[in-house]
Design a protein around this ligand. Structure first.
Ligand code: FES
Length: 78
């Protein structure tokens, strides 16, 4: 079964740009999805102007909205 490692930048800029909303979107997923996601807060990804930034299975994504993140989760957790 595929799992996802989602790392959310917890630096100040990303926090101000909505990183906490991304964390909450994942935390609120139903258990059958939530248990397949390893969610971590990480330090600044050095791309502060394009936040909020995340890394999913090692790939950095910028300017992510909760809606985009949930779509990515759905696309990857079939
Ligand atoms: S604060 Fe997120 S990339 Fe710097």
């Amino acid at each position: 079964m595929q799992t996802l490692v989602i790392e959310v930048c917890m630096g100040t800029s990303c926090y101000l740009l909505g990183a906490q909303d991304l964390m909450e979107a994942i935390e609120e997923l139903p258990p059958e999805k939530r248990t397949r996601i390893e969610l971590k807060g990480i330090s600044c990804l050095k791309n502060c102007g394009k936040g909020p930034n995340i890394r999913i299975n090692g790939i950095v994504l910028t300017n992510v909205t909760p809606e985009q993140l949930l779509q990515i989760v759905d696309d990857n957790l079939q």
